[in-house]
Design a protein around this ligand. Structure first.
Ligand SMILES: [Zn+2]
Ligand SMILES: [Zn+2]
Ligand SMILES: [Zn+2]
Length: 275
């Protein structure tokens, strides 16, 4: 499988457009991998994760075409992951598509439907919303996608297990250490995890005082619990992702060596990994 990170920040992006903190200043000065759009990823070139406010620009900067990516899974309703207003560009007056072109299909929990209902009703041949339930595997874009419950501040947030028949990708932001139901599912299903992408909103901190996101210390704890269930092997790749300027040492150049000592990779916009 292949994952390409299109965006790797939390809601403010880095640098935050209105922010003059030392993290954001340093990011502006250094550029390159220090610049992070809101979190979004593409799996095997055909399954988009998140429909966020940077989707349009990400298609430009990575030479992608939304017109040929027809499936998108969304983790939850926060605006750095879900920006339904851009679906208005499916209006026939705004976009020409060949007859019989498959609709752009968005998958997510029941929380999303009220926000996309008008588009699903207005352009039914161009846009479809499919509500998916936790712990049920679905065939999406030729991959097996299983929503798992996340620990986050919205009613029904998901993280995703994505499998191609050989290996699994666990895409896990925004979440703290998972709820018990998710651990029970993983213990029973025993996926072979090739890559684990972990929320690291709080950067190099070893501990945080809330459960809705993680930090490096929590990433290490998560890795040990996944290993303890026998879901990983020596080749399993662990990546910290979804960074906020409010975290510790979150500039790429600072976080990278700290995480490297723990055997954890640091995501950046444009990072592509085959596993
Ligand atoms: Zn987020
Ligand atoms: Zn800042
Ligand atoms: Zn969130």
């Amino acid at each position: 499988m292949k994952i390409k990170y299109l965006g790797t920040a939390a809601v403010e992006a880095i640098p935050g457009p209105f922010c003059d903190c030392k993290i954001c200043r340093k990011a502006r000065e250094l550029g390159g991998r220090e610049l992070r759009a809101r979190s979004q990823a593409l799996v095997d070139g055909k399954l988009l994760i998140e429909f966020n406010p940077d989707t349009f620009m990400n298609m430009f900067r990575f030479g992608l075409e939304l017109v040929s990516i027809r499936h998108c899974i969304v983790t939850h309703e926060h605006s750095d992951h879900f920006y339904p207003d851009d679906l208005s560009n499916l209006n026939p007056g705004y976009s020409e598509l060949p007859d019989g072109w498959p609709p752009f299909t968005l998958y997510g929990s029941e929380d999303l439907y009220p926000k996309v209902e008008k588009y699903a009703k207005r352009y039914p041949t161009r846009f479809v919303f499919k509500q998916i339930e936790p712990f049920v595997p679905y065939d999406i874009a030729g991959l097996t996608v299983t929503p798992l419950k996340a620990a986050h501040g919205t009613p029904h947030p998901y993280i995703y297990l994505i499998e191609d028949g050989k290996k699994g990708l666990l895409y896990a932001n925004d979440t703290g250490i998972f709820p018990n139901e998710t651990w029970d599912y993983l213990a029973g299903a025993k996926p072979r995890l090739g890559l684990v992408s972990m929320d690291c909103t709080e950067g190099a901190a070893l501990q945080i005082g809330y459960d809705e996101h993680m930090c490096l210390g929590k990433n290490i704890e998560l890795r040990e619990r996944l290993r303890g269930l026998g879901l990983c092997d020596d080749d399993t790749i662990f990546i910290s992702n979804h960074f906020s300027h409010s975290g510790d040492d979150v500039n790429y150049c600072d976080y990278l060596p700290i995480a490297e000592k723990e055997g954890i990779l640091t995501s950046y916009d444009g990072m592509e990994i085959e596993f």
